[in-house]
Design a protein around this ligand. Structure first.
Ligand code: B3K
Ligand code: ZN
Length: 886
């Protein structure tokens, strides 16, 4: 148990800063065994503040070496140091504060603040990492103009980078050199960055719409220079797209990206010096899958878009995190939709929402998009803040329409440029520009939990009237027992025998919006509402929540025949996909029941035939077909079964039975799809090729499920593959469905071929973490001792450890609890070294209440064991203690 319980911070307690730091001058001296930082801070009292004239600066793990105000060194009784920071008892109205500190980047395993990754120095300051570099007002509403001088040994660190423009460079006599950077845009400390290393770059240029010539560089280790082109292309596309869609132009002459191997998340939007996890920037057809290429494009775009939504307009405090993250995720999702297939992107995002964010909303860490309190802000970089936050912005877009939304975003950027603002400021700009009242809509920011929308219908054939009765409710979440109704945009249509029907809502004048349209958006605002459609000549099938128009659970009692109709004929791609998923869920339910009753499972031929005809329909987008035929994951099925206590073995057996039935029933169609979706053109990560490969590789998987002899196809594909998408897909099939010998041989040969490439080997680790069979845990444990594994590297931990606990449901939930004990062991090892990663790994254990009591108790026991650790990090403490709360 920790000695002292960490304290929560509350949104309600927000106070403006008592002092501002108008200019920040930093001088870094980098050495192998320590680094010195000299900070000159030009401080000014905030005239609006009523606080006293003491000054508290955040600071952690720093060794103070000097402290002076306006050149006068402070005596020891003039200040006080704690493990949280530095308190100076009295300061003037305006002064220059000089602070000398010494830090140890080479020992910093938390990957927060200044640290070393391989041989380079780099930084990660969001959210509160800057305080590990120097004493500072490390809060986003203190914005300062930075000048940064970096000095280091020239041979080891020929490249020295920071934000803004390089304004001075000099070689020093002792083999060292010095570079000075100046960033003209005032920014909060979380956007500060520094990089020093032996780096090489590719360079390109971008002409902005206003005529600025921007020099674009991507810095990597020399061996990776050949893997930067896709990121560069993505950057240029993002810059153009932001000009075209949002009218946002880049505002400096330089934009740099640096790839770093040891990084806690995907990337960081530091002003003009984005730092990326190398897995999110490097790619080549030989080493990277289609999904990898898409990730790079999306993350490059996301970080670039932050230049406006995050940097030019930033957050007042960390409770407002979704202001920049939700909006920027919405922006990058729209960018990806424009670059590739809109429906497939929407399906992918809805899948993440439904299988992971809904689970978060239903679990012990549930919080609103704008949280009201936190113990450790790093724990709130969540799917709720990011993905649900993006859905909230998307709903505003739906409610306002594209044009008014753009007027709203223009107003927001213009009104708040250079400011640190709140979610409320964003919503108000949207309201002011559109005239739409978003009063009730604001509850999406303050209420946690996933609303449930229940739809019932009635058709009066004589009156040709069709009535939908829609109710909404939202389950209680921690600290929020009662919820108010939300404003929910429910996009819908009606499907008839010959296609979608024209809609005529009673009481609504037939205008251009609805008269000839087959799609409309119903606004739900009450606990119960009725919507009456007239001149409906046949009993329709309702096509609901088109395009996943709101992050809600939808309940309508579809018959299987109705789901088949939607799946094969509806106009809306998302609804078609969703119908296929719901049909699979209903069939899986039935199989589980059969298994529970001790019967042989028998699969409804309606489902199998619908899948077979889908597969045979070459007029459809192959990517969407593949997504429709992919069965829900075991962990998602476990979430759905949470209310009655998920039975992992039953879920697994039912899913296997359905997979086998689908594989065998449509074997000839799978074979045909496999053959016809071959891509003969040279590899390119474009929508058409990606779609073909995705259907082809799914077909390969099902073929191997249908018959052992089809492993031969996978082996042939593995041998002939010229890109990583096809190679890895074949290896996955061999390792999951082949014999022990086939699997071992293929995995060994892959390792021999790719051991020199750490990112490729991460995919090899991840693939093995999900391998079936009772030996799975032993395999994962032994891979942790493999030369390819490194506990310090988050990518490797995620691939192997999170891969196992998230994607290998049956083996992670072994009846003896060894899977849980293993995870807790790794968390314990990382707890003090890298608390952020340790805390993230906890996620599957927080779900202990969702499982049958035998497993649930074993999971809980591991949480209790962790809770009792003497040196529990704040990060882990928060998640463990909230998970154990009644
Ligand atoms: N803003 C960063 C995330 C920082 C996470 C800090 N724990 C990346 C992004 O969302 O763009
Ligand atoms: Zn972001």
């Amino acid at each position: 148990m920790r000695d002292a319980q960490p304290r929560a911070t509350f949104l309600q307690e927000y106070q403006p800063p008592a002092y501002f730091i108008e200019r920040t001058e930093l001088a870094f001296d980098l050495y192998e065994d320590y680094t010195t930082v000299l900070a000159n801070l030009h401080c000014l009292r905030n005239a609006d503040s009523t606080a006293d004239n003491s000054l508290f600066l955040h600071g952690e793990e720093l060794e103070l070496q000097s402290l002076a105000i306006d050149g006068r060194p402070l005596a020891e009784d003039e200040y006080q140091i704690s493990d949280k920071g530095l308190l100076i008892h009295r300061v003037p109205e305006q002064f220059e504060l000089s602070i000398g500190t010494r830090i140890l980047p080479q020992d910093n395993a938390s990957l927060e603040g200044l640290y070393k990754s391989n041989k380079m120095f780099c930084t990660q300051c969001e959210a509160e990492g800057f305080r590990k570099i120097t004493y500072y007002l490390d809060r986003p509403d203190v914005m300062s103009e930075f000048t940064v001088t970096i000095e280091a040994e020239q041979a080891r660190y020929p490249v020295l980078l920071s934000n803004g423009n390089a304004i001075h460079e000099e070689s020093l006599a002792n083999g060292r050199h010095r570079v000075r950077w100046h960033d003209p845009h005032p920014k909060p400390s979380y956007l500060f960055a520094l990089v020093a290393g032996d780096l090489h770059y590719i360079e390109d240029h971008f002409h902005t719409m206003g005529g600025r010539e921007v020099c674009l560089r991507i810095f990597v280790e020399a061996k990776d220079l050949g893997k930067c082109q896709h990121a560069m292309d993505s950057l240029k596309k993002s810059m153009r797209w932001d000009e075209e869609v949002y009218g946002r132009e880049y505002d400096l002459d330089i934009f740099n990206i640096v790839a770093v191997d040891d990084f806690n998340m995907g990337a960081m939007e530091n002003k003009s010096l984005n730092i990326f996890n190398s897995s999110c920037v490097l790619c080549s057809p030989e080493t990277t899958t289609d999904a990898g290429f898409q990730t790079v494009e999306a993350i490059v775009a996301h970080e670039y878009f932050h230049n406006w939504s995050g940097n030019r307009v930033t957050c007042r405090d960390w409770f407002q995190l979704s202001l920049k993250e939700g909006f920027t995720v919405f922006r990058d999702a729209e960018f990806s939709a424009d670059m590739g297939s809109r429906t497939v992107k929407r399906v992918a995002d809805a899948t993440v929402l439904r299988s992971h964010q809904f689970a978060e909303d239903a679990g012990p860490m549930a919080h609103p998009v704008r949280p009201e309190s936190f113990i450790e802000i790093s724990n709130f970089y969540t799917l709720t803040v990011y993905e649900k936050g993006a859905e909230v912005v998307r709903m505003i877009h739906t409610l306002l329409g594209a044009e008014a939304f753009r007027r709203g975003s223009d107003l927001y950027f213009e009104r708040h440029d250079g400011q640190a603002v709140t979610c409320e400021d964003f919503v108000r700009a949207m309201e002011d520009a559109s005239g739409v009242d978003l009063t009730q809509f604001r509850r999406w920011y303050s209420q946690a939990g996933t609303p449930l929308v229940t739809v019932r219908d009635d058709y009066d054939a004589e009156a040709e009237r069709y009535t939908l009765t829609v109710t909404q409710s939202c389950p209680p979440t921690p600290g929020q027992p009662h919820k108010e109704p939300m404003l929910i945009p429910l996009a819908m249509g009606l499907l008839g025998e010959a296609g979608n029907l024209p809609l005529k809502l009673a009481g609504q004048a037939p205008d251009a919006e609805t008269a000839d349209n087959t799609s409309t958006v119903l606004l739900l605002s009450e606990p119960e509402q009725h919507f009456v459609f007239e001149q409906v000549r046949e009993r329709p099938v309702p096509s609901l929540l088109r395009g996943f128009s709101a992050p809600v659970r939808l309940d309508y009692n579809y018959s299987r025949a109705e789901l088949c109709a939607l799946m094969s004929r509806d106009d809306d791609g998302f609804v078609r996909w969703d119908a296929a998923q719901q049909l699979a869920l209903s069939v899986l339910d039935e199989i589980q029941q059969q298994l529970t009753d001790g019967q042989e499972p028998s699969v409804d031929p309606l489902y199998l035939d619908a899948c077979a005809s889908l597969l045979a329909d070459t007029s459809l987008d192959p990517a969407l077909v593949a997504e429709m035929l992919r069965l829900p994951t075991e962990s998602y099925l476990a979430e759905l079964a949470a209310a009655e206590g998920a039975d992992v073995e039953l879920i697994h057996r039912a899913r296997e039975a359905l997979e086998t039935a689908l594989a065998q029933h449509a074997e000839s169609q799978w074979l045909d799809a496999y053959r016809r979706s071959v891509v003969n053109a040279p590899y390119a990560p474009v929508a058409e090729q990606i779609a073909a490969r995705s259907l082809r590789n799914l077909s390969l998987y099902y073929l191997a499920c249908a018959k052992a002899q089809h492993i031969g196809l996978a082996q042939a594909q593995y041998a002939a593959a010229t890109n990583m998408t096809d190679r890895l897909a074949a290896l996955r099939v061999i390792s999951q469905r082949g014999t022990q010998q086939q699997s071992d041989e293929a995995l060994d040969s892959f390792y021999r071929d790719w051991q020199h490439d750490s990112l490729v080997i991460n995919q090899w680790l991840q693939l093995q973490s999900a391998m079936p069979g009772e030996g799975a845990l032993a395999r994962v444990r032994s891979l942790m001792d493999h030369e390819a594994f490194d506990l310090r590297n988050p990518n490797k931990v995620r691939a192997l450890v999170a891969g196992f606990s998230n994607n290998n449901s049956l083996q992670f939930h072994r009846p003896d609890g060894a899977g849980y004990a293993f995870l807790a062991e790794v968390i314990e090892q990382l707890n003090t070294r890298n608390p952020q990663i340790a805390s993230r790994l906890l996620n599957p254990l927080t779900r202990w209440r969702n499982y049958r009591p035998d497993r649930g108790e074993l999971m809980k026991a591991q949480l209790e064991r962790l809770a009792a650790l003497p040196d529990l990090s704040v990060d882990v403490y928060e998640v463990v203690s909230k998970s154990l709360q009644d």
